[in-house]
Design a binder for this molecule. Structure first.
Ligand SMILES: *Cc1c(COP(=O)(O)O)cnc(C)c1O
Length: 456
């Protein structure tokens, strides 16, 4: 399988290279040059498989020959052995909501589903055993999932940049109480967009990237996306009617994986983009103007993002794979603070996506109502997707993606229902553990210096 960049179609990388690099050298995102579309017969065959065998069929479409099906099967078996449910994910029917619980992994958020796999892919693909330094920006959940997947791994250091005081206490504790000595937690005095920008700038600095043999596991890494495509298929096969998926959205990685599932032939009606008050994606889908504004802290911190990186991948598609146009849009964004879509481009987006904003007051109300009516506690991110699903009216059933366990957002749950959530067994002694992280200014050079010093 060959990969190109959204900003340069003539680029030609294999899966190993794009996996280890993360971001394309021109600052664009990697995409496969073609995407397999399953026929109805093939879908029928896939529908008979269990989660892991289904994963093997889907993931191998993107990484053969670097990883063959046998190897992928071994990776998935090991990756998901720590999950607390046999099927990896669970679907719960609660009144007329179909909730796809994606938080049965070691850090209680959907990020584990891809990250556990990625951790093992590094071992399988880093053939020269050179030390890899992975830099990741997190809005709260990616960091802990990456730590769980990469701690104690030989030949890997992991640097996690989180926005200082802008994630939940439990999210921070899960990350900073890991005592593996290849893990470095950095609290950046800024917001998630600042953290992500620093990581992208490091990637674009070829000299620095080479010097530290840098890699990345944010959802700009295509491997994240392909692991997430699997649960869209799995959920569809449990329901077997045309579906909407309502997805709590920040960096546009998870819902974009749904779009790839649709391109691969899955009969998806609407992909519902649920946002909090950081509603850039709502605004672009409803008005055609992509214009990031200031990040506002909200009750769903993992979605407090204004620059949704993976949108560039969708843009490449709606601009008919015109890499020059993508480059120009990204330049406009950089220079003028926005770019605008034409009507026919916007139409293509709206055929596949709709978008709804759910503010904090609504989020609290949804959590409370859901608890009173069904005795079920939603985390605040999932609650936005529940709220968004109520607003979309068509003839398809809707699956709501449950992206995190409510325990990670204790304070918010207490605010909503006046009760604590009991810690799941993974985290019963979290409060007694010692935290370790360093607070660093929001300055690229300071953070580069910090990293260089640590890896000496
Ligand atoms: C990361 C995250 C999201 C947003 O996912 P994206 O792929 O960034 O759009 C939503 N909910 C939770 C709990 C998350 O951790």
């Amino acid at each position: 399988m060959n990969y190109i960049s959204t900003r340069n179609k003539s680029l030609n990388f294999d899966f190993s290279s794009i996996f280890l690099r993360g971001l394309a050298p021109d600052g664009g995102l990697f995409l496969p040059s073609e995407i397999k579309k399953f026929s109805e017969n093939e879908l029928n065959e896939l529908s008979k498989l269990n989660y892991i065998d289904l994963g093997v069929e889907i993931i191998s479409e993107f990484c053969v020959p670097a990883l063959n099906k046998n190897k992928i099967k071994l990776i998935l078996d090991e990756a998901y052995s720590s999950f607390d449910t046999k099927n990896i994910v669970e679907i719960k029917k609660i009144d007329n909501i179909n909730l796809l619980e994606l938080y049965h992994g070691p850090t209680l958020a959907f990020k584990d589903i891809a990250m556990q796999v990625i951790g093992l892919m590094y071992e399988a693909l880093n053939l020269n055993k050179k030390k890899i330094n992975i830099i990741v920006a997190t809005s709260g959940d990616t960091g802990s999932a990456a730590i769980a997947a990469l701690k104690e791994k030989k030949n890997i250091n992991l640097f996690v940049l989180h926005p200082h005081e802008k994630i939940s206490n439990i999210q921070r504790k899960i990350m900073t109480t890991c005592d593996s000595n290849n893990i470095y937690n950095i609290a950046v005095k800024g917001n998630f967009d600042d953290c992500q920008k620093i990581v992208k700038q490091m990637f674009s600095d070829e000299q620095f990237r080479e010097k530290i043999n840098m890699s990345g596991v944010n959802s700009i890494n295509w491997a994240r996306i392909i692991c997430q495509v699997v649960y869209y298929f799995y959920a569809y096969f449990q329901m077997t009617s045309k579906l909407n998926f309502s997805v709590p959205t920040g960096n546009f990685g998870d819902v974009y994986a749904g779009y790839i599932a649709k391109k691969m032939g899955l009969p998806i009606d609407k992909l519902i983009v649920a946002t909090n008050e950081n509603d850039i994606l709502c605004r672009v889908i409803n008005s055609g103007e992509y214009r990031p504004s200031e990040v506002k802290p909200s009750l769903s911190p993992s979605m407090d993002i204004q620059v949704a990186s993976n949108f560039e991948r969708l843009l490449f598609d709606v601009l008919n794979s015109d890499d020059q146009k993508v480059s120009k849009s990204m330049k406009d964004l950089n220079n003028n603070g926005f770019f605008k879509l034409e009507n026919d481009e916007l139409k293509k987006i709206r055929e596949n996506f709709s978008a709804e904003k759910i503010n904090d007051a609504d989020t609290l109300r949804i959590i409370k109502d859901f608890f009173i009516n069904y005795g079920f506690i939603l985390d605040p991110h999932t609650a936005t997707a529940v709220g968004a699903s109520y607003k979309v009216k068509n003839n398809s059933k809707t699956i709501v993606l449950g992206t995190a366990h409510p325990y990670k957002f204790l304070e918010t749950i207490k605010l909503a229902i006046g009760k604590n959530v009991d810690p799941p067994k993974q985290f019963s002694n979290l409060s007694k553990k010692i935290e370790k992280f360093e607070i660093v200014d929001n300055k690229l050079d300071d953070i580069k210096k910090y990293i260089i010093e640590k890896i000496k």
